[in-house]
Each structure stands twice: as structure tokens, then as C-alpha cells.
Design a protein around this ligand. Structure first.
Ligand code: AMP
Length: 276
């Protein structure tokens, strides 16, 4: 595996692999089995696998956890090597953003719901880095986890609307044995919170089941929220159901429904969802 830190080195490697299919997995590092599922899929599908580790300042708000986001480059390098990654791109913030262009990408309606509502500017920052990374890596396919369902919906829509020559591949959420979605931020949970955190998924399951049985969306959402409130010390940011990927109110015509939640614990805000 080649580890590169500069855009020039990355461009050079990509230029030498023009004939190959390239699978790309962008991450913020502190790799876990969720990331590995993306890397494994990319490995099976492509000639060359490129992964990136970049804790992107542009997608963090002023009071969020940019400075304390967990990092372990040594372990990540080992895991990426074991997963068969060919090129690991680990740029610095100044390498990625050497000057202020004054030009921004703004996500519209899709960022007014769910995480977009409580993290203003977050998805603009995601598209900023993804645009740059796609231009640099020129992937045939790029892999994203369903765990971040709103991010996936926005990236799928962006790529389609702006004709990026890349195929977006959805990878199902990888979970701990008790159902908690794997996340780099799970390390911030106290022992007690870690036990409680499985109830996010449980609440989403209850909500989904209730909706499927009764077609009563309000009752389904209430049931899910009630489950989180009575089984965790966390504070619900949202628990909602929307059409997917348009993120509009659910109607009889809705094909895919997203049940999604975000919950604040003491030192971590966790998200999870079920697509049904
Ligand atoms: P992150 O490092 O959190 O930015 O995540 C990088 C990629 O891994 C994103 O496409 C995430 O959706 C995906 N990912 C994170 N956690 C999981 C998980 N538990 N299962 C599947 N994919 C995940």
C-alpha cells in the first residue's frame, strides 16, 4: 500500500492507473468494521482501491467535535493495508484547502431536514471535500455507508444532478452484536451510555414495525421516541420518517421510507436509521 499526503503525489499515481477501474472510499479515519465493509466491497469490485482519511474541518460547526475527533493513523494504516487498499491518501487541511476561493457549494432543501437542521453548513462542507476528492481520485465507483443516510441521499443526488462520472455504491450499516451502529464516535460513550445506545436501533425497529402494522406514522414516531426516552439518558435531537432519497413527507406513493434518529449523549451525538 502506498500512503500519500500530497495532492501532487496522488495525481501522479492516478495518472499511472488510467486504464484501471478505481474504487474510492472516503473516510475521516479511526477505522472500524463499518469502514472495512466499504473497503472490502471496493476491493472486490475494482482494480485499484483508493481510500482517504481526512477529518474535514469544513463539515464541522464551531461548537462541534473537530478538535477531539478520534484519530489513530498507525492503526488505520494497518487496517487499510490488511483490507487490500492500494493507495491511502492522508492530506492535511492546508493541503486540501490551500486558499479561500470564496466559492461555495450550498445544499438546498435536502439539508433543511434531519442532521442538516441541527448541523447548519455540515452538508455543504461534505460536498466541498467530496467534490475535490472525486476530481483528484477520478473513481469509477465510490462507496458510502447507509449509516449516514442523509449524506448518501445528498451525494447520490449531487452526482446525478451535476453529472459526476462516478457510480455511488450504498453499503448497509454494520452493527455491534447488540445492534448499535458502529461509529468512530462510540468511543466517547461512557460505559452506561454504551449499554443504553443499543436502544437507538431498537427504537427505530419499534417505529418501523408500528408503522408497518398500523400505517400510523405519528404513532410510530411517538413509540420510537418514547422508547429512547425511557431507556436512555440521551436527549433526542430528532426521530423522524421521511421519503428516501428525496426526504419529503411520507405519502401513499412513497417507495422507500427512512426512519432516522439522532440522540445527544454527554460527549457524543449518535445517529442511526432504518430504510424500509
Ligand atoms: P466517516 O469516517 O464517519 O466519515 O465514515 C466514512 C464512511 O464510512 C461513510 O460513507 C460512512 O457512511 C461509512 N460508515 C461509517 N460507519 C458505518 C457503519 N457502521 N456501517 C457502514 N458504513 C459506515
Amino acid at each position: 500500500m502506498q500512503t500519500v499526503q500530497t495532492i501532487n503525489e496522488l495525481k501522479h499515481i492516478i495518472s499511472l492507473n488510467k486504464e484501471k477501474t478505481i474504487g474510492f472510499v472516503p473516510t475521516m479515519g479511526y477505522l472500524h468494521e463499518g469502514h472495512l465493509a466499504l473497503l472490502n466491497k471496493a476491493r472486490v469490485d475494482n482494480d485499484l482501491v483508493v481510500a482517504s482519511i481526512f477529518v474535514n474541518p469544513a463539515q464541522f460547526g464551531p461548537n462541534e467535535d473537530l478538535d477531539r475527533y478520534p484519530r489513530d493513523i498507525e492503526k488505520d494504516t494497518q487496517l487499510a493495508t490488511d483490507a487490500g487498499v492500494d493507495v491511502l491518501f492522508i492530506p492535511s487541511a492546508t493541503e486540501m484547502y490551500p486558499f479561500e476561493s470564496g466559492i461555495t457549494i450550498t445544499v438546498g432543501d435536502l439539508s433543511t431536514k434531519l442532521c442538516g437542521e441541527s448541523r447548519p453548513g455540515h452538508f455543504d462542507g461534505v460536498l466541498k471535500v467530496i467534490t475535490k476528492l472525486f476530481h483528484l481520485v477520478q473513481p469509477t465507483k465510490a462507496y458510502f455507508g447507509q449509516k449516514d443516510a442523509q449524506q448518501l441521499a445528498i451525494i447520490e443526488t449531487f452526482v446525478e444532478a451535476y453529472n459526476f462520472p462516478v457510480q455511488i455504491v450504498r453499503v448497509p450499516t454494520v452493527r455491534e452484536a447488540d445492534g448499535l451502529a458502529k461509529s468512530s464516535r462510540n468511543v466517547f460513550l461512557s460505559e452506561q451510555e454504551r449499554v443504553e445506545a443499543m436502544h437507538l436501533y431498537k427504537a427505530l425497529q419499534l417505529a418501523t414495525e408500528t408503522w408497518e402494522k398500523t400505517s400510523d406514522l405519528a404513532a410510530a414516531i411517538a413509540k420510537g421516541k418514547e422508547h429512547i426516552d425511557s431507556n436512555t439518558s440521551g436527549k433526542i435531537d430528532y426521530l423522524e420518517a421521511l421519503s428516501y432519497p428525496a426526504l419529503q413527507p411520507v405519502t401513499n406513493e412513497t417507495k422507500e421510507v427512512l426512519f432516522a434518529t439522532a440522540v445527544f449523549f454527554e460527549k457524543a451525538r449518535l445517529i442511526d436509521n432504518i430504510l424500509t
